[in-house]
Design a binder for this molecule. Structure first.
Ligand SMILES: [Zn+2]
Length: 275
C-alpha cells in the first residue's frame, strides 16, 4: 500500500472497534492511511501488537495509561482495575518489530484522585526507563484537573510531565492531544520532543494559535479514535482514516499548501517512529 498519511495515535485496539476492526482497517488501507494503535494497559497493548501482525499498515505502541494505574478509572472495557507496570511483560512484547514506541504514559489529573500522583509517577518513570533501555520513543498523555480544581502538585500537568521527562528521558517523545500553552510547547521542543494534534483542531478555535506557532517539522497529526471525530464527521465514531481532515486543517491554519503539509507530516511520523 502507498502510505499517504500516518495517524500517529489511535485505538483500533479498544472495544469500540471489536465488531468491525477489519472493515475499518480496510478503509484505512483504501485511503492510504497507516495507523499506530496505542496501548493503555497489558490487554490493549497485546491487542495493538496482534493487529500490527495482521495488517501491514498498522503499528503498535505499548504501555500503561495513567488512568489505568488507579482502581477507579474510566475504562470503556468494563470495571476499572488498577495495573502495576510490569517491565518484563512490555520488554518481551517490544521484541515484535512493529512495536514503535512506549506509552501512553504520563499524568492524568482529570479522571483520578489527587492521592494517585505517586502511583502515576511510578508507572511513568518505569516506562521512561524501559523506553531508554529499548531506545524507543515515548508517547505522552497529559490531562489537567477538572475546571476549578488544582493539580496534586500545584503545577500544570505539562510542567509536571516536562520535569519528569527532563530528569529521566534519553529518547524522543511526543506529547499527544496537545492542549498546553506556546511556552510549554517550546520547552518540549527544546528537550527534543514533538506535539500532536487531533480532530479537535477542526472545530475548536482555541487551538489556532498553537498550531500556527508550532514548527511544521515538530508536529504530528492524529485522531485518538474512537474519540473526537473531526469536522465534517462530528458526532460519529472517530476512525483513523479521518486523520486526513487533521492534516488539512493544519495546512489551512498555517496557510500552507495541503500537499506540502501532507508530505512533511508523513516524514515527521516516519522519522519519529522509524516506519
Ligand atoms: Zn489515546
Amino acid at each position: 500500500m502507498d502510505v499517504k498519511y500516518i495517524d500517529t495515535h489511535t485505538h483500533l485496539n479498544l472495544s469500540a472497534f471489536t465488531a468491525d476492526v477489519d472493515e475499518v482497517a480496510r478503509q484505512c488501507a483504501d485511503a492510504g492511511v497507516a495507523a499506530i494503535n496505542v496501548g493503555t494497559k497489558e490487554a490493549s497493548s497485546l491487542r495493538a501488537v496482534e493487529l500490527a501482525a495482521q495488517y501491514e499498515h498498522l503499528y503498535a505502541i505499548i504501555g500503561l495509561h495513567p488512568i489505568q494505574t488507579v482502581p477507579d478509572n474510566h475504562d470503556e472495557d468494563g470495571e476499572g482495575m488498577a495495573e502495576v507496570f510490569n517491565p518484563d511483560f512490555y520488554r518481551n512484547l517490544a521484541q515484535n518489530k512493529k512495536v514503535v514506541g512506549i506509552g501512553e504514559c504520563g499524568f492524568d489529573y482529570f479522571h483520578t484522585a489527587p492521592n494517585s500522583y505517586a502511583v502515576q509517577e511510578e508507572a511513568f518513570i518505569a516506562q521512561i526507563m524501559l523506553a531508554n533501555e529499548l531506545k524507543l520513543p515515548l508517547m505522552i498523555h497529559t490531562r489537567g484537573p477538572k475546571p476549578g480544581q488544582t493539580s496534586p502538585t500545584g503545577r500544570s500537568v505539562y510542567e509536571d510531565v516536562y520535569q519528569t521527562l527532563k530528569q529521566y528521558a534519553k529518547v524522543p517523545f511526543n506529547v499527544h492531544f496537545y492542549a498546553g500553552t506556546i511556552p510549554e510547547a517550546e520547552k518540549f521542543f527544546a528537550l527534543g520532543g514533538t506535539i500532536s494534534f487531533t480532530g479537535v483542531i477542526t472545530f475548536a478555535k482555541a487551538f489556532e494559535e498553537i498550531v500556527m506557532h508550532a514548527p511544521l517539522t515538530l508536529i504530528h497529526g492524529e485522531t485518538d479514535a474512537p474519540y473526537v471525530a473531526p469536522a465534517p464527521h462530528r458526532g460519529k465514531r472517530c476512525e483513523p482514516w479521518m486523520v486526513q481532515e487533521v492534516y488539512k486543517k493544519i495546512a489551512a491554519i498555517k496557510g500552507l499548501d495541503e500537499e506540502e503539509v501532507r508530505q512533511q507530516l508523513l516524514k515527521n511520523a516516519k522519522k519519529q517512529y522509524g516506519i
